[in-house]
Design a protein around this ligand. Structure first.
Ligand code: ADP
Length: 258
């Protein structure tokens, strides 16, 4: 089989196959998740994945404007992905770029299969994604956060959607590439899955891999998605434990006060 390994500009792996940030090849970047972070949104979530920081806000189901876009048999899911001007090293123009328009579409298509859109004919479900700091893998982190925000909004879902990319750096398959690895590596393979349903809702590829490398990268990304799914579940369960304990504290206070 032809070897697609082109040497990187910089060395991304040391002799022990450790990456520049000290990770093993199959390791995710550190992930922090939060839900219910915005008071005015119907649902919201925040994700930090390595140095990438992203907010997702969900509004709806609500009346759709302009009305002629309404679909008679289901809701219209619209995700809008935007990068803040200060999210990258050189100031990004505030005008929506082609890349942001493409990613908005890709993210919408990755999330739509998980949402019971038929429950809300003619309505709109809007997901606003704001990248505050970008360091690679933002489409996947956006999907992970947006799916949490949809759940936080109480929108009926078939499953959560969990996403992460795998790629090829210094000729080896690696999980969750940082911006530096993405730019200096040989390939990037973003994947989103509905973990309980076993469905893949996003599969893209940038760069070149052999068939065997592609399979290895896809399987590694799916394993990464499953780990992220566990974190998503935990944060949602924690939210309801917090609500429950707040409610019982309030009830106690009322009882003691009265
Ligand atoms: P993803 O963020 O999903 O990996 P890309 O592969 O298109 O999407 O982008 C990789 C990374 O390149 C981004 O995460 C970000 O760190 C960086 N990047 C994207 N757009 C810009 C830009 N306009 N200026 C500087 N860096 C950018």
């Amino acid at each position: 089989m032809e070897d697609f390994h082109f040497p990187s500009q910089i060395k991304l792996l040391n002799e022990d196959n450790l990456r520049l940030d000290g990770r093993r090849l199959d390791e995710l970047r550190p992930i922090k998740l939060e839900v219910g972070v915005l008071a005015r949104a119907d649902g919201s979530a925040y994700i930090e994945q390595g140095k990438s920081k992203i907010l997702a806000a969900v509004y709806g189901p609500r009346e759709l404007h302009p009305r002629h876009l309404a679909q008679p048999d289901e809701a219209l899911l619209q995700c809008i992905y935007r990068m803040a001007t200060f999210s990258v090293e050189e100031r990004k123009s505030p005008a929506p770029s082609r890349r942001e328009t493409e990613l908005s579409k890709v993210i919408t298509e990755a999330l739509a299969p998980a949402v019971f859109l038929k429950y809300y004919p003619r309505a709109s479900i809007d997901v606003y994604i704001q990248v505050i700091q970008a360091d690679g893998g933002t489409r996947c982190s956006s999907i992970t956060a947006a799916s949490l925000a949809l759940a936080d909004a109480g929108i009926p879902l078939r499953d959560l959607v969990s996403a992460v990319a795998a790629g090829k750096i210094d000729g080896k398959i690696a999980l969750d590439l940082s911006d530096l690895e993405d730019k200096n590596g040989q390939a990037d393979l973003p994947v989103a899955i509905m973990p309980r349903k076993g469905l893949t809702t996003l599969l893209q590829m940038d760069g070149m891999m052999t068939r065997e490398e592609f399979i290895e990268a896809y399987e590694l990304a799916v394993k990464g998605c499953q780990k992220i799914y566990e974190m998503q579940r935990e944060i949602l369960i924690q939210k309801y434990i917090d609500i429950q304990s707040e409610a019982s504290e309030e009830a106690d206070e009322q009882e003691n006060g009265g």
